[in-house]
Design a protein around this ligand. Structure first.
Ligand code: SAM
Length: 355
């Protein structure tokens, strides 16, 4: 058992089984041994690769999307540009590279990065050293200026609760420990769950993510008051919360989420339909969810790719075309990943959603 496993086991021995939520949270964000604190997750040598790490085209187009929102806001002299979970800082570096086409945008932005991992904050600081960035452990309540917010593969890293249906009730899924091995267990008492589905059968799993719900509510309220737009990109279904989407990725393959905690990336699918319901209560504009492939195509990824291809070597050209396919095709990231925009209801529709 690894060091984090021993910490989790001792907690279970003292307090009883942990909720899946607490297990996931500790495994990802424990300050010393948590996955994002201790591992080097991204890229070919890591456990998975995210869209900005695949190609500069992704971040560049998001930078232009942000500049367009800023122009639609009337090119304010000050606005807050926030990224949730910036990873290596690649997305923001590429976004600001293309946003330099509008120098007034760069002059007007107050850059805020929401990140819990000290190791990743250092990487972000290095990548973004030309800019005056402010770091936060959680989403700040920014209401002094309009907000432009980007979150790519952030919400899937927030811890979930799971409930299993059994004989007419929902029981919370827990993590127990026996003979130095973690295993799933169920709460002894049922939990009242508002699953909003009629056809469920024994063994069905219902997932909730309170941190994600609170954050979407907070962002929606800031947008309603201060104006602006938020772009959420992640993988998940358009609707529904039924199904077990808790998974672990290690060395670009699936692994057992309960083995070697802190050594694999743990994620769960984002519940876009639920986000839409929360955002609706704040009376803001909602665009999408649409697929990542369609979103990037509408922003002009093919034109950008062809421009880059013009000055590229043969090998670079092959890579650019493969990256384009990877980001947009239905067989790769194009359909599994979704894009949702939330914005002030007086703002002109954000680009990328076919309005
Ligand atoms: C899967 S990575 C995505 C990285 C980046 N957005 C990209 O596309 O390459 C998740 C990011 O969110 C950060 N993170 C995870 N949970 C967090 C939390 N609760 N609060 C703030 N940041 C968190 C991680 O440290 C990491 O930077």
């Amino acid at each position: 058992m690894n060091a984090l496993g021993k910490i989790l086991k001792s907690r279970i021995d003292n307090e009883g089984p942990l909720s899946l939520h607490d297990y996931m949270q500790i495994a990802l964000t424990h300050p010393e041994y948590g996955y994002y604190s201790a591992q080097d997750p991204f890229g070919k040598t890591g456990d998975f690769i995210t869209a900005p790490e695949i190609s500069q085209m992704f971040g560049e187009l998001i930078g232009l999307w942000a500049v367009d929102v800023w122009a639609k806001l009337g090119a304010p002299k000050k606005f807050n540009l926030v990224e949730l979970g910036p990873g290596n800082g690649t997305l923001m570096a590429d976004a600001l590279h293309s946003a330099k086409l509008a120098p007034e945008f760069i002059d007007a932005m107050q850059l805020h990065l929401v990140e819990t991992s000290t190791r990743l904050k250092t990487k972000q600081a290095e990548k973004l050293k030309k800019f005056d960035a402010h770091w936060h452990d959680e989403m700040p309540d920014l209401r002094d200026a309009a907000l432009i917010l980007i979150a790519n593969e952030f919400f899937d890293a927030l811890p979930i609760h799971q409930y299993m249906y059994k004989s007419g009730d929902w029981y919370e899924r827990l993590v127990s420990c026996k003979d130095n091995r973690f295993d799933y267990a169920l709460s002894s008492k049922p939990t009242p769950v508002n699953a909003e589905v009629e056809l469920v059968k024994d063994g069905d799993i219902f997932e909730t993510c309170p941190e994600a719900d609170n954050l979407v509510g907070k962002i929606s309220n800031i947008l309603a008051r201060a104006g602006g737009a938020a772009l959420i990109i992640d993988y998940g279904a358009m609707t529904g919360q039924i199904g077990d989407s808790f998974q672990a990725m290690r060395r670009h393959g699936f692994s057992d989420p309960l083995t070697a905690p802190g050594e694999a990336d743990l994620t769960a699918h984002v519940k876009f339909g639920h986000f839409v319901k929360i955002a609706k209560t704040a009376n803001i504009r909602i665009d999408g969810p649409t697929t990542q492939g369609r979103f990037l195509e509408r922003l002009g990824i093919e034109a950008r790719c062809h421009l880059l291809v013009r000055n590229a070597s043969k090998a670079q050209r092959r890579k650019l075309m493969a990256d384009l396919r990877r980001l947009t095709s239905a067989e790769e990231m194009g359909t599994l990943f979704k894009t949702l925009a939330l914005s002030h209801n007086m703002l002109a529709p954000p680009e990328g959603f076919g309005n």
